[in-house]
Design a protein around this ligand. Structure first.
Ligand SMILES: Cc1ncc(COP(=O)(O)O)c(C=O)c1O
Length: 331
């Protein structure tokens, strides 16, 4: 199977912001876009994006998961990056249009159609380091994806990074390319030096998130994860998993988690840890690497509660159970 996110549908939905207003959205070829080399995004990173999925149910119908939450986050990212404002309903229609167009291509379970709304500043102006772009482009790419973490994948190894941070503290809640570029160095180094899959950023001992997923600790019937603040991305999967955990009767504690507490709890035989995200779904974490020492989380295997929560989420997404929180939008 092709690597996640490397295959694209041949068309995308696209709209432009020019002369203080939005054009109608169009369906255009996704092969290329034309940008001036001095475009604002290429110099000053005026860009944000989203990631959500559409799922095919057994009756053939196609459903988009939590589109409203992703659109809301993109509106917030755009605002915090001084990109032009757009109405949530505008992007919703673009997403629905392009998914409807390629509904026949949405893979069956365990695959799905990954949806990537992207927003960039296009003004050709290299003197606007401290000024917002006055033109922009919003487009929605589609990429059919398989099971990102196929069954049998080993639990992840995470390096705990207490010195550096993923991105500037006020930018964590913005889904913007610069944050990912900023985390690349530490992740590449951790792969080379300690064979880690991901870096868990814990500046000054505060357990935050990895480069592309939120972190969740499960100790008995308590689920612990960092409370929302501006320093990390407010994952839609995180929110979904916390909701399902409450539904299952677990105690959900959104609060500060220190590296010391994490390592102390991880040493207990029944403890579980996982990464949550649209791509990761809920992926077990087996090992934490801290100051050169390896700490096994619980028994080092995928935990029972992690697998139960992951299944509960997948069952809603693929229509194998009810959707009590109205998370799906039929296309
Ligand atoms: C940095 C980061 N944290 C968390 C997440 C999880 O967010 P979501 O569950 O909305 O996909 C992502 C995205 O996938 C991410 O890139």
């Amino acid at each position: 199977m092709a690597a996640f996110g490397t295959v694209f549908m041949p068309q995308m939905a696209l709209a432009k912001y020019e002369n203080q207003q939005w054009t109608d959205s169009e369906i255009v070829s996704s092969d290329s876009i034309s940008l001036h080399p001095g475009a604002h995004v290429l110099h000053y990173s005026s860009t944000c994006f989203e990631g959500l999925k559409a799922f095919r149910h057994q009756d053939g119908s196609v459903h988009i998961f939590r589109m409203d939450a992703n659109i809301k986050r993109m509106v917030q990212s755009a605002k915090l990056l001084s990109l032009p404002a757009f109405e949530p309903a505008f992007l919703e229609q673009m997403i629905k249009n392009i998914v409807a167009k390629f509904a026949a291509e949405v893979p069956e379970a365990p695959g799905s159609m990954y949806i990537r709304p992207t927003f960039i500043g296009t003004e050709p102006a290299i003197g606007k380091a401290a000024a917002a772009t006055n033109s922009a482009m919003l487009y929605v790419l589609l990429s059919p994806v398989g099971d990102y973490f196929a069954a049998g994948a080993r639990p992840l190894r995470l390096l705990l990074e207490e010195n550096g941070m993923r991105c500037a503290p006020h930018m964590g809640m913005v889904k913007s390319g610069g944050n990912y570029a900023s985390a690349l160095g530490p992740i590449t180094q951790a792969r080379t030096e300690v064979d880690a899959d991901q870096v868990l950023f814990c500046p000054n001992g505060d357990v935050q998130e990895t480069g592309a997923a939120n972190f969740i600790l499960i100790d008995g019937d308590e689920l612990i994860t960092k409370a929302l603040d501006s320093s990390f991305l407010h994952g839609v999967t995180r929110d979904s998993i916390l909701t399902l955990a409450r539904d299952l009767g677990l105690t959900v504690s959104e609060r500060q988690l220190s590296v010391d507490e994490l390592l102390e709890r991880a040493a207990k035989p029944g403890c579980e840890a996982a990464l949550s995200g649209t791509a990761a779904v809920l992926t077990p974490v087996g090992t934490l690497i801290h100051q050169g020492k390896e700490h096994t989380v619980g028994n080092g295997e995928a935990g029972a509660t992690t697998l139960k929560l992951r299944q509960a989420l997948n069952d809603i997404q693929w229509g194998n159970s009810a959707d009590p929180h109205a998370w799906l939008s039929k296309v």
